[in-house]
Design a protein around this ligand. Sequence first.
Ligand SMILES: O=C(O)CCC(=O)C(=O)O
Ligand SMILES: [Fe+2]
Length: 311
Amino acid sequence: MAAGNLHLPVVDLASTNLRASAESIRKACVESGFFYVSNHGIDDGLLERVFAESKKFFELPLEEKMALQRNSGHRGYTPPYAEKLDASSKFEGDLKESFYIGATGNGNLQNDANQWPSEEQFPAWKDTMKLYLATALVTCKRILSLISLSLDLDAEFFQNIGAFNCPSDVLRLLHYPGEVNECDNGNYGASAHSDYGMLTLLATDGTPGLQICREKDRHPQLWEDVPHIDGALIVNIGDLLERWTNCVFRSTLHRVVAVGKERYSAAFFLDPNPDLVVQCLESCCCEAYPPRFAPIRSGDYLKERLSATYK
Ligand SMILES: O=C(O)CCC(=O)C(=O)O
Ligand SMILES: [Fe+2]
């Protein structure tokens, strides 16, 4: 069960006091790797349309959804049990079903793998998802410039090193079932994991279920609820940013528990250009605290993590 007393800050992205926002983000990233953003620039209407399209798709019969099953480029539909975010889980797989969409801007060839539901049945799907991807990218870039400031770097640091030059941004639409079979007692909507990349921007339909564990090596583990806040989105740091910051910023274990109620969410993952080498930032190491990780090409790291999820 969840306990604890989590106080995650809500960072107002419209605030002109960038220093205060950066300080608040730094504290959150050091303590938990999670925070909220308000005035994030994604309007309610667009979020509502994303959730409406998502719901309409997940309501299709399984055979129709399976026609768009996830391909080798990691785009498309994954049914319940297809993914196990916690490799040590004793269950066959997580309860959720998902749909992956990659950004298609800038002639980004790697995203040619996208699969789209039929335009006849889903006339608004493609435009809605593409607009959401583009808008979420803008929001994430704003957050990353505050993160750069919070690390005593130039606000344009990630832009300048080429992280946003054909970034690998992906939207994962998620649907968690309301009722679960008895054999799934104890199974999770999404089992415990940390996100692999740089930054995640998460929108939920308001249904609870998301929990974080700030000390993964502590026994017993303490899981704390991350409640929905109207008008705010959830942000969390991924493993690549943890590597970049030499674990000064935390990529925290999280999961989604079954709450007996259907749940929808949309997770936007921003990962850097696959050729970018992620290596410890100078401001995050010193003689007494040397780099913990070897430099790694972002694309290689993400490929390895993805393949472990689908073993
Ligand atoms: O649905 C959620 O609240 C969390 C989803 C998540 O952690 C993920 O997709 O990586
Ligand atoms: Fe996650």
